[in-house]
Ligand binder design. Structure first.
Ligand SMILES: [Fe+2]
Length: 238
């Protein structure tokens, strides 16, 4: 078992840029970084222990596997201080999925949360790996494709990152409902039917997660006032 190492924002961003070049993904990762930090602070305010810095770094790194291609990007990760063994990483990913040639940003199946988790695990950052592999629709993809593993967010850190990502469209802070509508539209336009099905299967879980966290934060009267303000603000933007 690896010893957990914490990294700061500067190092995390350098690592992220070692694997992701698309500025839109980098920008989205920053939005999730801030959303996760905000949510972790709200947890702290109602007496739930979680480290805002660690959770926000988890948010920054959650999509690190989005550009990974098994056969096409042999140089990815090489700018790191401690380059990972890419051959071993690819072997591991190949063991997880049956058809690795289909992995990709706009391909199906979309297993980027699982790849993100494997990259971070290979970098010996297991706590961030746990947050990355349980975001998005990893659990629904697992069921659809018969992948082994547990991809449900279970710890408070995993739940915060998954929910923060569900509330951010590109770089815009929004609600889970708006994110669902936006993704439905995007997948229909791209005719990504498998992604659409995974999204639809995930909707009850996405909403339940948001409600669970809202209930948790609303236990505190003063915080509830703050949360209500944010909700009103978001609704006025619609
Ligand atoms: Fe993602």
């Amino acid at each position: 078992m690896y010893q957990q190492q914490r990294i700061d924002y500067v190092k995390a961003l350098r690592i992220l840029k070692g694997f992701v070049e698309d500025e839109k993904i980098i920008a989205h990762s920053h939005a999730v970084y801030f959303a996760a930090m905000d949510d972790a602070l709200k947890c702290n305010m109602v007496g739930i222990s979680c480290n805002p810095e660690e959770v926000s770094i988890g948010g920054l790194l959650h999509d690190i596997g989005k550009e990974w291609r098994i056969e096409k990007n042999p140089k990815k990760g090489m700018i790191l201080d401690s380059p990972i063994n890419i051959t071993n990483l690819n072997k591991k990913i190949k063991r997880i999925v049956s058809d690795p040639t289909t992995i990709g940003l706009y391909d199906e199946p979309d297993i980027h949360p699982i790849i993100s988790g494997e990259i971070l695990q290979a970098l010996r950052l297991p706590q961030y790996a746990d947050m990355a592999r349980t975001h998005g629709f990893a659990e629904e993809v697992r069921k659809t494709y018969g992948i082994n593993g547990d991809f449900l967010p279970r710890s408070i850190e995993q739940k915060i990152v998954a929910n923060a990502d569900f509330r951010v469209i590109n770089t815009n802070f929004t609600s889970v409902d708006q994110r669902i509508s936006c993704l439905e539209k995007r997948y229909q336009e791209r005719k990504s039917w498998e992604k659409l099905e995974n999204l639809q299967n995930a909707i009850p879980r996405m909403k339940a997660l948001e409600e669970e966290l809202m209930r948790l934060w609303s236990k505190n009267y003063y915080l509830r006032m703050y949360v209500d303000d944010v909700r009103e603000f978001v609704e006025n933007q619609e």
